[in-house]
Design a protein around this ligand. Structure first.
Ligand code: G16
Length: 560
């Protein structure tokens, strides 16, 4: 590191002292804490992003969001050159940077790491970082701190993309590094054109005049509703009404949004009896998740949830159907088109969904919670579909698969243009353009669900009845130190503290079809408990008794 760089870092980092007595960790999806303690973290993650851009010689993203967390929290995550999450190899360095006690320690760490990674800190190279934030009030000042961090590395430049959904920023990084157009307008045009293409490739289109195109969307009082307002102008074939759009009085994620709807299975604010029978959708605070639901008739405030597992199942059925059409024809063509299709879930996936997917003949694998794990696994397939039950997921297509789907491949193999085979290839190609290839995206996920339901002429009720969810319950337990819990086997077994898994097993054995696991949250200071059983009462009891066990082993006595 040259003297100019050293002086700049020391001078700037003195302005952002770290909070006392806190240990920050790059968790499931970046750093997340109460916004009031995050200035120094933002500054240091700005430095991290600049180093990553210098190392990879590519555009990097920095997103300020705490996604589904309460409005007083905020957070930051990095998008790697592919548009996916920061490589896990850099997470220990991210943790060390965030926790360096003084400016001198910080500069020493940067110097050592730069030397180890062969990153030249002499201003001879330039680096570009796209930065954006969600609509949290704390976002503006935190973004300034992050820009300061980027500006503390000579040659690094921040490009402020303004207020975006998290998936929009990831998408922009992804396409920018492919040398393609990456403005917000390009994003909206890409979504609306491929949606139209998919609808037009529906052989039954003309018979669907009665199809119910009404849709009511809960924007979680966040950025997703605002962006959908813009996208909506470009869409034909859907009558979208947006509530909790962030323009009114409502508070971000407070009794609204995908996390609330999925965990509480309760009607979000501003929804109610007027919505009985209509397809409803909830986004989370930064629009990287979506879940569907319906409001049943009657006076209860409960909903019928159509969660990430059912979205995954719908996508899997449709994609498998297209592949079956292609496989039937590929025998007579020069192309052996047999892409490997895989499905990735976590332990939170309802047991009934996993059974259903396996019965369809699909290969299903489990990973730990967090899209960074699911995405990596799904990328091993030619077509990899991944979803968390909470509504976070997407469909990945390998470059090989996309090259086979290009019209030129079909023309070369004598497939008749306009035939069902040809259309099946075009449908898959349209899906690969519609669905975000960088990360789970509520806007593109919504359009793909809508296009498939319309193709199949299915109501949300028909979709919901694909299989019957096993009753489940999720609880969280406040503990003194969540890192005291360690798990293995995709978070299905506790390995630390000793004796806890055995005690959980004894509880599970009391309930028919009982399944239960615990894991430390990566976004809040709690241990999460998930339980499933043959009745709701049994699932509730199992979750409650395991929460008590967690409390006994390591709690502070306040489970919720
Ligand atoms: C983030 C990750 C998700 C993950 C969730 C779990 O969600 O992106 O993949 O499912 O955290 O949170 P926890 O570890 O607290 O259970 P988001 O939508 O907040 O970014």
């Amino acid at each position: 590191m040259n003297k100019e760089q050293l002086d700049l870092l020391l001078r700037e980092s003195d302005r952002f002292p770290p909070p006392h007595g806190m240990r920050l960790s790059y968790g499931t999806a970046g750093f997340r804490e109460d916004a009031s303690v995050l200035l120094s973290t933002m500054y240091r993650v700005g430095i991290l992003a600049a180093l990553r851009a210098l190392k990879t010689e590519a555009v990097i993203g920095l997103m300020i969001t705490a996604s589904h967390n309460k409005v007083s929290d905020n957070g930051v995550k990095i998008a790697d050159p592919s548009g996916g999450m920061l490589t896990q190899e850099w997470e220990p360095f991210a943790n060390a940077l965030a926790n360096a006690p003084s400016s001198r320690d910080l500069v020493r760490l940067i110097n050592e790491f730069a030397e180890k990674e062969n990153i030249l800190l002499d201003g001879s190279k330039s680096a570009q970082i796209l930065v954006a934030r969600d609509t949290r009030p704390s976002g503006e000042v935190l973004l300034d701190a992050a820009k300061n961090g980027i500006g503390s590395i000579i040659g690094a430049v921040a490009q402020d993309m303004g207020t975006l959904t998290t998936p929009q920023l990831h998408w922009m990084v992804h396409v920018r590094n492919k040398g393609l157009e990456s403005s917000e307008l390009d994003y909206f045009n890409g979504l609306s054109n491929s949606f139209k293409w998919l609808l037009d490739s529906n052989p039954n289109n003309s018979e669907l005049n009665d199809w119910d195109n009404r849709l009511v969307v809960d924007g979680a009082n966040g950025v997703g509703g605002q962006k959908l307002e813009l996208l909506k102008e470009k869409l034909n074939g859907l009558a979208i009404e947006i509530r909790n759009s962030g323009k009114g009085e409502g508070v971000l994620n407070e009794r609204v949004g995908a996390d609330f709807v999925q965990k509480e299975k309760t009607v979000p604010c501003s929804f109610g009896s007027q919505d009985v029978g209509i397809r409803c959708v909830s986004f989370d605070g930064d629009a990287d998740r979506l879940v569907y639901f319906t409001v049943p008739s009657g006076s209860s405030n409960k909903i019928n949830l159509v969660d990430g597992d059912k979205i995954l199942s719908l996508f899997a059925i449709f994609i498998k159907e297209q592949l079956t059409i292609l496989a039937a024809r590929s025998k007579d063509t020069k192309i052996a088109f047999e892409p490997r299709l895989g499905v990735v879930q976590t332990a939170y996936a309802n047991g009934a969904s996993t059974r259903y997917l396996k019965d369809l003949g699909l290969e299903v694998v489990l990973t730990p919670t967090g899209v960074k794990y699911l995405h990596e696994k799904a990328a091993e397939y030619d077509i990899g579909i991944y979803f968390e039950a909470n509504g976070h997921g997407t469909v990945l297509f390998s470059d090989y698969c996309i090259s086979l789907l290009q019209p030129v491949s079909w023309e070369l193999s004598n497939v008749f243009a306009g035939s069902e085979t040809h259309k099946a290839a075009l449908r898959l190609l349209a899906i690969s353009k519609l669905i975000n290839q960088a990360v789970g995206d509520a806007l593109s996920g919504l359009l793909l669900v809508e296009a498939i339901l319309r193709h199949k002429n299915w109501s949300i009720h028909k979709w919901s009845e694909l299989y019957q969810d096993l009753p489940s319950r999720q609880l969280k337990v406040k503990v003194v130190d969540r890192t005291a819990v360690e798990t293995s086997n995709a978070e299905t077994k506790v390995v630390k503290p000793p004796g806890l898994q055995e005690a959980i097993d004894l509880e599970i054995a009391k309930y028919p079809q009982g399944r239960c696991f615990i894991r430390p949250s990566g976004t809040e200071d709690v241990i999460r408990v998930y339980a499933e059983a043959s009745t709701q009462e049994a699932a509730d009891d199992l979750a409650t008794s395991v929460a008590k066990l967690v409390d006994q082993f390591l709690g502070d006595g306040s489970s919720k």
